[in-house]
Design a binder for this molecule. Sequence first.
Ligand code: SER
Length: 592
Amino acid sequence: MYTSKELRKKYLQFFEQNGHAVIASASLIPENDPSVLFTTAGMHPLIPYLMGQPHPKGTKLCDVQKCVRTGDIEEVGDSSHLTFFEMLGNWSLGDYFKEQSITWSWQFLTDKQWLGLDPNRIAVSVFQGDEDCQRDEESASVWQKCGVPKERIFYLPKKNNWWIAGTTGPCGPDTEIFWDTGKPCCGPDCSPACDCGKYLEIWNNVFMQFNKLPDGSYQPLSQKNVDTGMGLERVVATLNGCQSVYEIDLFQDAIKTIEDLSQKQYGQEEKTTKAMRIIADHTRTATFMLGDEIGVVPSNVDKGYVLRRLIRRAVRFARQIGIEPIKLVELCQNYIQLYKDVYPELQQNHDKVIDEFTKEVERFTKTLELGEKEFFKVISHLPTKKVPGGTAFKLYDTFGFPIEITQELATENGYEVDLEGFKQKFAQHQAVSHASNEHFKGGLADNSQATTELHTATHLLQAALRKVLGDEVKQKGSNITTERLRFDFSFHRPVTPDELKEVQALVQDAIDRDLTVDCQTMTVAEAKEQGAIGLFESKYGEQVKVYTIGDFSKEICGGPHAEHTGTMGKFIIQKEQSSSAGVRRIKAVLQK
Ligand code: SER
């Protein structure tokens, strides 16, 4: 079997022989670049040099860069998507351009001395041209000179053949190289632009010659660069004629461990195989994130949240195929062993990887246990073997219990879930949230756990303020980002430091008591009768949702909220100031 070690070596050797300096992989955590959470391409760490700053190692570089892309997380489990991958890259910083770049790529791929891939199975795409940049006849003619016939050169629009990281910055037309998997064409228009699976992208050569400005215009860069990116896992799979990237050397230990733990065989059954791939992928990415030289730990915001989501997804799929989640840590061990020579930081951070991974699995297991307890409590009162949609929704909405797990549990216990009913409740919930969340417009933009918990914290804060300062306190505005909450309320004077301390302590106490957040739908009249506080009443429809947090708070609100308060961490008031006449403003955060 052709190994990833061989490919890394050959690639760097080829470009080194052709005058490139080898540079080390940068961290997965981009430095000085708030526009991305993770290094998603080899070009991120090189942006200053693509923009014109001289690189200490010269104008021709090559590297193997660790990358994370989670935008396609739902696709993981098919034959080619991964959330972590290594990108082989060669770089011209104002040095060579199209002709040299394409010629080297062709030589490396097809020459018997290098990869020796069958030239007849290679297809390419080039930029078709538009008002911003001309049609790339130059690249097409170089490809033809190399020996690629016209019918395997596809002209495609910006959507396919233009590369930019995010929305602004260095960019340009690219030419992409595809491996023809041998599958039949999906139709007369079959091309690398469709996702029928016939063409697998293996290398992308970007001709970076523009800087896209925030106003959408393209400004020529001071130098013309080349940025190429070749996905290591895909190319190793291609070289070995594998059906999927999961069959290459890098996944063998992990898949073996997963087979042993689940007592199931990879490749036997579609659903199981997919779950195994997801587990193998997510635990690998988590290992690299935790073991990175800068690193990240699970949390409710930004990078930490992405990591948390990966670990929790792995846990869900592990349960699905009968693996005790805590055992997944063995996969982290596998990966550290496998990669430690190429990425020594994994070994250096060994204990951190194992500890943090274990802690996160335990935390999620606790959430699941609470949900399960509730599930069994609920079904013991059911008159039939059908779990109503509303019940499944409550488990989801207030316990954070994923619907897939409710279904699993139901099936295991001879029950059936009214999925349609669940979907209806879900849609209703979305609609109600939409209607009554007007006051959060622009503030509560997403349902990520971070904002959700800050939203719950806002309710606790309002309740605490009313306990300390009296009923004069009424919400005047609220704005939540993934980082902090901001709460405006009516009060006639500055809040003293001692009062703030008391408010903070009350909220913390409510968090520490791990209160359950409960949601009920009722009429405005009923809500008032129950003593719910609720502002913006004129905006509410007849039916409203009332969120009750233990004995501490009751408020009309569209949600969403945390299922219970215990996971929210440390509540810290950072600032109290005047907002406008008679209105005070508090900014606070949750620290994990
Ligand atoms: N930046 C391009 C990509 O990520 C080529 O390296 O595909």
